[in-house]
Write a protein that binds this ligand. Structure first.
Ligand code: PLP
Length: 362
């Protein structure tokens, strides 16, 4: 079963090299990516896209890495021009890695990884590219090898539709070579023992067998639907959600439409209204838990998740709960958000090929 899972994971990550599985939440896989490739005092370049970028940065700090943390407004993705200019200035190649969160779960903003790869290449810089795809993998188009990513970090509890408890590193050749020189201490997270055991379909320590059974099934489900269709489903639900938001008159946190997330949408509360009071009301009345604003966005936004095991009816139920909750909480809004979503969903059965065309144009 493990060998089948490891083969299936390669399809999900779209990677040629190996993927390792940890019995840990995503945070463990963040740490694993760093300790396997870097040495004490190494410089890394990171971008403040939101709460999760800030948390990954904290780990890098604690491990003794020197972090160049580019400030951000928590409403935008990574600026590829900034990546290029920072790397061009780093003439002696002190920066060893560029660390990016693909889909910022705290903001609903998706950074464009191919543009970041091109920026690194334009600067002719050898830094590794590491990407957190925790809330994008198996929901939003992601291609580890084609996009030239060296390490991809992911977790089980989002697009893979599983409980929390598994996390992953997809490892490219350059990252494997870097791991031979890397001097940060590592034991549990070490790729070497894991890769050696995985070759025979085993693990160097007790794996989370129960979750592996679930992962095996999740991969089957995703393959049965087809990844292109999975991505198209998420794109369509995200667009329907944004149409609701516009009809309600609520502002979408993500500033740039090219960076809208297909996994979740964060909406801003009108001034003078507390997002957490609204979320409490929705939970109490309809037993529906909306995502809270994290970090500096606490109380100012709420998040609608539309990823994973999700269909038109679950989306419509969610949007109904939000619209009824806005009225019950006396949050200023216009009615008709659910209608706007329905109209779109009924008239627009987006196909995978349409989504693919849209992406090519973008
Ligand atoms: N990165 C992103 C983008 C996340 O959404 C999360 C959790 O939601 C994490 C990292 C941290 O993962 P975990 O909470 O599984 O340790």
């Amino acid at each position: 079963m493990t060998l089948a899972i490891l083969g299936g994971l390669k399809k999900l990550f779209a990677c040629d090299g190996p993927v390792v599985i940890y019995s840990a939440s995503g945070t463990g896989a963040w740490e694993a990516a760093l300790v396997n490739t870097l040495s004490p005092g190494d410089r890394v370049l990171m971008f403040e896209t939101g709460h999760f970028a800030a948390l990954w940065r904290k780990i890098a700090d604690k491990l003794g890495l020197a972090v160049d943390f580019v400030p951000g407004d928590w409403r935008s993705g990574v600026d590829a021009a900034e990546v290029e200019s920072r790397l061009k200035q780093d003439r002696d190649h002190a920066i060893k890695a560029v660390l990016v969160v693909h889909n910022e779960t705290s903001t609903g903003v998706t950074s464009r990884i191919p543009a970041i790869r091109q920026a690194i290449d334009r600067a002719s810089h050898p830094a590794l590219l590491m990407v957190d795809a925790i809330s994008s993998l198996a929901s939003i188009d992601y291609r580890h090898s084609e996009w030239g990513v060296d390490v991809t970090v992911a977790g089980s509890q989002k697009g893979m539709m599983l409980p929390p408890g598994l996390s992953f590193n997809a490892i490219g050749d350059k990252a494997q070579a870097a791991s031979k020189q890397a001097r940060l201490p590592r034991s549990y997270w070490s790729w070497d023992e894991m890769l050696a055991s995985n070759r025979q379909g085993y693990f160097p320590y007790t794996p989370a067998t129960n979750l592996l059974y679930g992962l095996h099934e999740a991969i089957e489900m995703l393959m049965e639907e087809g990844l292109a269709n999975v991505f198209a489903r998420h794109d369509r639900h995200a667009e329907a959600t944004r149409r609701s938001a516009r009809a309600w008159g609520l502002e979408i946190l993500c500033r740039n439409p090219a960076e809208y997330s297909s996994a979740l949408t964060a909406l801003m509360m009108p001034d003078g209204h507390d997002a957490d009071a609204f979320r409490r009301e929705v939970l109490a009345r309809y037993d529906m838990s909306l995502g809270m604003g994290l970090g500096r966005l606490a109380g100012r936004v709420f998040r609608i998740g539309h990823l994973g095991f999700f269909n038109d009816l679950t989306l419509c139920g969610t949007l109904c709960g939000v619209e009824m909750g806005l009225a019950a909480s006396r949050v200023p809004h216009q009615r008709g958000g659910v209608d706007a979503a329905l109209e779109y969903l009924q008239g627009k059965a987006t196909t995978a090929s349409e989504t693919e065309n849209k992406r090519r144009v973008a």
